[in-house]
Design a protein around this ligand. Structure first.
Ligand code: GUN
Ligand code: ZN
Length: 453
């Protein structure tokens, strides 16, 4: 199936190879829902002025390309819409793989000291460039990103994203208690700084601001009220925070907010729930919480590599879906252990297995592309190759890594190919990443020295 198009204008570029995109949620049953995806064994993705102008069978579309159109061929590959990460921390690259702690100790001993370094703008800029480069080398082209409480960390992130043509949602962390002085703001300063950043960055090109109270423990009631006020003032900005990740965290919130019926009720009370809100984790929750999430449209970012690494618990994916909650998939680096959405899919599969629940490869790849785009209210803009979407794509090498290459020798179904990629793939699997119609990452050639030494 290709979009009906009579001619293609001059100035297009195209990539050619096996293409997969989701058109809708394939479900999580034994067979993907009919019509939920498009698979083109030999497809052509045609890009014009940063956007997708056509996607279809190469046999049909090639004839419509103006003669001088550059076409990059990717044999033995799978071209997908660029991955999207619905919860990741730019300033936590240096925290990844920190030994032996659960959430609260991990925050105090590793994360807060590291985030304090982002007061230095030169450091913040270098880390933001490192972060966006690493997102691209892992095939991730968009996401919802925590910065630090320093407003300059948001400028650093968005400047780095702009330089690569990427579109991110990001925000200044609001935190005015239970943290080192170097990280704390106040209710008033967090309003002023967030407001100024919204004015500077929200809808600047592809960038979007996200209102970012860290979690209820590190914000006073006054600051949560300020976050609610910012949300009312900027109704199309996303809100991101953490919720119900760890037992000690949950017990602490109950102490800090004795008048609230539950942890979720804290956020509800301050006007922070709704379909623009993405709550990271949501592990230790009940049916009433799920009903509130579904009724308000509030989303959960499932962060499996973080949840197993920090020993937080096993997210109940089936119950969330069953209750009608919108769930995205996320790396949560640096609590998470990889920026690779392939790694997040693999860990999500294992978390589901530990709960005796399915996670099909179709569902996992849907989540990492169109599903996550929908979590961010960008299903028309990213996450698929529909006409008019940003031309963001990841090219996965079916031989990318020795185990994958070995599996690729065996003939298999599309579901098997996807499952091999998500279980065995990593950043070595990413051959190239395209953003807004430009190749922004190309895997370096590896040379194997076969000569005797
Ligand atoms: N809860 C509050 N802050 C954080 C954070 O930075 N990472 C994770 N995983 N949970 C949090
Ligand atoms: Zn997080």
């Amino acid at each position: 199936m290709s979009q009906t198009i009579a001619t293609l204008p001059a100035g297009c570029t195209a990539i050619r190879g096996q293409i997969l995109q989701f058109l809708d949620d394939p479900g999580n049953g034994p067979e993907p829902a009919p019509g939920s995806y498009q698979h083109l064994p030999d497809g052509l993705l045609v890009m014009h002025q940063g956007k997708v102008i056509a996607c279809g069978a190469a046999a049909e579309l090639s004839a419509l390309l103006p003669a001088d159109t550059p076409v990059t061929r990717y044999p033995d590959s799978l071209i997908l819409p660029g991955f999207i990460d619905t919860h990741v921390h730019m300033p936590q690259l240096g925290v990844i793989a920190s030994y032996g702690a659960q959430l609260l100790d991990w925050l105090e001993n590793y994360t807060f000291p590291h985030e304090s370094k982002f007061a230095d703008q030169t450091f913040a800029q270098a880390e933001a460039h490192r972060f966006t480069d690493l997102l691209l080398s892992h095939g991730t082209t968009s996401g919802l990103v925590f910065c630090t409480s320093h407003p300059g960390s948001v400028d650093a992130l968005f400047n780095a994203a702009e330089a690569r043509g990427m579109g991110l949602h990001g925000g200044k962390v609001m935190m005015d208690r239970f943290a080192p002085d170097a990280l704390m703001d106040t209710a008033g300063s967090s309003y002023d700084d967030s407001r100024a950043l919204i004015d500077r960055w929200h809808h600047k090109g592809r960038q979007r601001y996200a209102i970012t109270p860290r979690f209820a423990a590190t914000s006073t009631p006054d600051q949560l009220a300020v976050a609610g006020q910012l949300a009312r003032e900027t109704p199309d900005a996303l809100i991101q925070t953490h919720w119900a990740e760890n037992h000690a965290e949950i017990a602490w919130i109950a102490e800090l907010f004795p008048d609230r019926a539950s942890y979720l009720d804290v956020y509800h009370h301050y006007g922070l729930l709704g379909d623009r809100t993405v709550l990271a984790h949501g592990i230790h929750i009940d049916d009433e919480d799920r009903r509130t999430l579904a009724d308000t449209g509030t989303r959960i970012a499932f962060c499996p590599t973080s949840n197993t690494f920090l020993g937080s618990g096993l997210f109940d994916f089936r119950s969330a879906r069953g209750a009608g909650v919108t769930v995205g998939l996320a790396s949560d680096v640096g609590g998470g252990t990889s920026l690779s959405m392939l790694a997040s899919m693999a860990e999500a599969y294992k978390v589901c297995r530990l709960r005796d629940q399915p996670l099909t490869p179709f569902q996992a790849f849907y989540l990492s592309t169109l599903g996550n785009a929908r979590v961010l209210h960008q299903g028309d803009e990213i996450g698929s190759f529909r006409q008019g979407a940003w031309a963001d794509a990841v090219v996965l090498d079916l031989n990318g890594g020795p185990m994958l290459a070995m599996k690729h020798e065996q003939p298999g179904t599309l579901a098997e190919t996807l499952f091999n990629l998500m279980i065995l793939g990593d950043d070595r699997t990413v051959a190239a990443t395209w953003v807004a119609g430009q190749c922004q990452y190309q895997r370096p050639a590896t040379t194997v020295n076969k000569e005797p030494v």
